[in-house]
Design a protein around this ligand. Structure first.
Ligand code: GLN
Length: 481
């Protein structure tokens, strides 16, 4: 299968038509989508029209963008004009946005072809895509297992060859963890690097949009297209985007790489599969062999990240999701003796169990008398994590850890919420700090399933993060690029 870079080059040069590329991906979707269920909707007709327009531009000798003719799948929590954007929730089942998210506009300007909207845990709350109101997504590498979550549909779409690229959102790990479980590359950018205009909010101080791809170079390309200031998102950083593609092959000679001890099972945190830890060590050894200095580093407060996140994220969610009341937004349940009864009935019918749990947890954490004990304390832990990471980055350029403590698990295996939340132990610190992090496949663990190695970098450290990710990818393929 071709990479996005190869497709864009061939389409721009007129060696291949966008339409023929698209048909080959649509036929793969036809073959396997019934067993995978990566998509809530496949937008084949719109995609064919866009591909024909790209082909006409190439034929007319016009300049086409860096993603010319490249099929891209979008997580179904990003707004697309006139195309249902459901968040995999009954609450938004019939909602067709009147505008495009900024990332969608940028993809279109770059010449990409949107092939469909991908399945997710309802409102991006989960780690397995089992919380979707529209059915689970299956892992393409073993359809009895989960693809991870919440962007499980986007990860599965790339792993199944339904699209060379996709976008997901990552609030506590929802790009990186499914990337790890599906054996693809997934990256969460620095907070503010990619516009969230048109991304349906879950926890606004944590949410970021980022790329899925089969290769690190394709990830860097897609990141370059979507990153950059947007005046419509007040959290967007008004700085130029570093050229992460130019430094991709700089190598790791002289770079200092720290392995986070607490996330390697060397403290109170449990549940790390030994094969996963072994692959992280293998990746670290490969970086050392390539000239990096590698050492262990303690980042003590990371052990509290999970607890802090599960106060802060639900607190923000309870506020963001208050708008779905059957009046301002969302499903309206008929009946009810008055407005309050109608709202209660609408929210009861529109939200699934995990979303209701988060709203209740968050409302409790913010309530008078408990605010300081729960939400306030979690915010203080957040500061501790930022400070501890700053100390680690005084000595190291990047940090390493597993992405997920385990490989893809069987559908239905983690039915109690706390067990599910433990999947996010290694990914959450980067969200709380606002830092970038990427998951790169590196060998296999139990049952020959893929393991993801996470590379963490300081704020706006995407360029070095990508250089290290590329070196890990090279080592994983035995040095063949
Ligand atoms: N698994 C985490 C949660 O359920 C992260 C979700 C996300 O990043 N959107 O909240």
């Amino acid at each position: 299968m071709s990479t996005a870079i190869e497709i864009a080059a061939a389409v721009s040069a007129g060696e291949q038509t966008a339409s023929s590329v698209l048909e080959s991906y649509l036929s793969r979707i036809d073959d396997r989508e019934a067993e995978i269920h990566a998509f809530n909707a496949v937008t084949a007709e719109e995609a064919r029209a866009t591909a024909a327009a790209i082909d006409a531009s190439v034929a007319a000798g016009e300049t086409v963008g860096p993603l010319a003719g490249v099929p891209v799948a979008l997580k179904d929590n990003m707004c697309t004009t006139g195309i249902a954007t459901t968040c995999s929730s009954r609450m938004l089942e019939d909602w067709k946005p009147p505008y495009d998210a900024t990332v969608v506009e940028r993809l279109r300007e770059a010449g990409a072809i949107m092939v469909g909207k991908t399945n997710l845990d309802e409102f991006a709350m989960g780690s397995s895509t089992e919380n979707s109101a529209f059915g689970v997504t299956h892992n393409p590498l073993d359809v009895t297992r989960v693809p991870g979550g919440s962007s499980g549909g986007s990860a599965a779409a790339v792993a199944a060859g339904f699209a060379p690229l996709s976008l997901g959102s990552d609030t506590g790990g929802s790009i990186r963890q499914p990337a790890a479980l599906c054996g693809v590359v997934g990256m969460k950018p620095s907070y503010g690097a990619v516009s969230r205009y048109g991304l349906i909010a879950f926890a606004s101080s944590l949410d970021q949009i980022g790329p899925f791809s089969a290769t690190v170079a394709d990830s860097a390309l897609l990141y370059s297209v979507i990153a950059g200031h947007d005046a419509r998102d007040s959290t967007s950083i008004p700085l130029p985007v570093p050229d992460v593609q130019a430094t991709l092959d700089d190598g790791v000679e002289g770079l200092r790489v720290g392995i986070i001890s607490e996330l390697m099972g060397e403290g109170p945190l449990e549940g790390f599969e030994p094969e996963v830890l072994a692959r992280v060590r293998d990746a670290a050894n490969a970086l050392a062999a390539a000239g990096a200095t590698v050492a262990e580093v303690s980042v003590p407060s990371t052990i509290y990240g999970l607890s802090a996140y599960y106060q802060i994220a639900p607190a923000e969610a309870s506020s963001n999701l208050a708008r779905y009341d059957g009046v301002r937004y969302g499903h309206r349940e008929p009946g009810g003796v008055n407005t309050a009864a109608m709202m209660k009935a609408s929210r009861t019918a529109g939200f699934g169990p995990e979303v209701k749990r988060r709203i209740m947890l968050g409302t409790y954490a913010l309530s008078a008398g408990y605010y300081d004990a729960f939400y306030g304390k979690a915010q203080r832990v957040r500061t501790l994590i930022i400070n501890d990471l700053a100390k680690a980055y005084a000595d190291f350029d990047v940090l390493l850890s597993p992405t997920s403590p385990c490989v893809a698990f069987p559908i239905g295996a983690k039915s109690d919420p706390l067990t599910m939340y433990l999947n996010d132990t290694c990914t959450i610190p980067s969200n709380l700090a606002g830092h970038p992090a990427i998951s790169v496949p590196f060998g296999t663990g139990a049952d020959d399933l893929p393991v993801g190695v996470q590379v963490l970098a300081p704020m706006l450290g995407e360029a070095k993060m990508y250089t290290v990710a590329r070196a890990i990818e090279l080592a994983a393929s035995g040095g063949q690029s």
